[in-house]
Write a protein that binds this ligand. Structure first.
Ligand code: NAD
Length: 349
């Protein structure tokens, strides 16, 4: 099959913007996948890609994921995503963030940015000097806003509990073993919620100091990044980077549940089917990890308070149940079921 622009991940994106600024060294891509349900919202990733083409693939895949995520979370938002290409010559500076903010502003609200990997609340404050189309800013008067990580973590925790109820028939996590890949912002929140309920944690991060810090805060055990996915655990929770579930890694999984925060966990759509064939219950990533965007949306639209954010996040396990029910009914894997539901919602069925 021929694909437009020779890019298999191009999915009728409404527009894709390439932004460069020699003065501050900004190289960025802003991908607007869909504005069918509202402004295309999705974070900005600051990352050093081995090849520049990988940044484009990431922006295309992540922005489509945001369309699906926002639709499935019931938010009046479309899907977009941006990436800023880092390297030794292009370190993050206030000038670079201002230039990026101007590029976002230039789109007149078609795209709304926020934090993603490599970006902080402080970075959003810098960006907000150049555009108002930004969220994930500190609370100002309202109790909604700030780092989306803890909200994402709450949704992951509630999603893990729903998966445990469904696959293992247990209402609580005490005594269960959860393997966390990544010990960053989201994994930290997940670990602390799960530890408070008595879960046993194994934690791996390529940054060992982070893994150790989280293990000591949560009573967990550090394991190597190579081992984590294959542990004999009850739940594997990928909360680092995407495309980690592939033919090889799926064959090594021993846990009956995969439920974590990372975007685009499946390397290919066939990997959703592979998990299903192995009887592993998968929580589609963009459904379970919507807590952060729910908070960002409530902040950006100023349409509710912290209790509404919590109520919306509590909808995540309900949607997962609907997907798993439909999967059981149709025999299709949960990732394919979620994609079909999301495509219907954004008018692309
Ligand atoms: P983060 O940058 O705080 O943490 C990611 C961690 O993963 C880092 O500590 C990094 O060292 C580690 N890591 C990278 N590659 C690894 C590997 N191969 N093995 C083990 N560890 C590895 O990021 P975060 O905000 O916690 O987000 C984690 C994931 O969840 C990302 O994929 C992100 O896109 C996704 N996500 C985050 C949010 C949010 O609100 N922050 C929302 C939705 C989805």
């Amino acid at each position: 099959m021929t694909t437009p622009w020779g890019l298999p991940d191009f999915d009728e994106h409404e527009d894709v913007h390439f932004v460069t600024n020699d003065e501050c060294g900004l190289w960025a891509i802003i991908a607007v996948h869909s504005t069918h349900l509202g402004p295309a919202a999705g974070g900005c990733r600051f990352w050093h890609y081995a090849k520049d083409e990988e940044a484009l693939v990431d922006a295309l895949r992540l922005s489509r994921g945001m369309s699906y995520k926002n639709a499935m979370a019931g938010l009046p938002l479309g899907g977009g995503k941006s990436v800023i290409l880092a390297n030794e010559e292009r370190t993050k500076t206030p000038d670079m963030l201002h230039a990026f903010g101007k590029a976002v502003d230039h789109l007149g609200g078609r795209y709304v940015t926020a934090e993603d990997v490599g970006m902080s609340v402080a970075d959003m404050i810098e960006i907000s000097r150049s555009t108002r189309f930004v969220a994930g800013l500190p609370n100002s008067g309202s109790d909604v806003g700030g780092d989306p990580g803890p909200h994402t973590a709450l949704g992951i925790f509630l999603g893990i509990k729903a998966a445990v109820r469904r696959a293992l028939g247990k209402d609580r996590l005490d005594g269960l073993h959860i393997a966390l890949q990544g010990a960053g912002s989201v994994a930290t929140g997940v670990a602390l919620h799960a530890a408070a309920e008595g879960a046993k944690l194994s934690i791996a991060d390529i940054d060992e100091a982070r893994a150790k810090k989280l293990a000591s805060a949560s009573g967990g055990t550090v394991v190597s990044a190579d081992e984590i996915l294959g542990l004999d655990a009850d739940v594997v929770s990928p909360s680092a980077l995407g495309a980690i579930l592939n033919e090889n890694s799926i064959a090594q999984l021993k846990a009956p549940i995969v439920a974590g925060a990372a975007n685009n966990q499946l390397a290919t759509p066939q990997d959703g089917e592979r998990l299903h064939q192995r009887g592993i219950l998968y929580a589609p990533d963009y459904v379970i990890n919507a807590g952060g965007i729910i908070n960002v949306c409530t902040e950006y639209l100023a349409d509710g308070d912290a209790s509404l954010v919590r109520k919306r996040i509590e909808g995540i396990p309900v949607r997962l149940e609907q997907i798993w029910d439909e999967s059981e009914h149709s025999g299709r894997d949960p990732a394919a079921v979620a994609d079909a539901m999301a495509q219907r919602l954004i008018g692309r069925a």
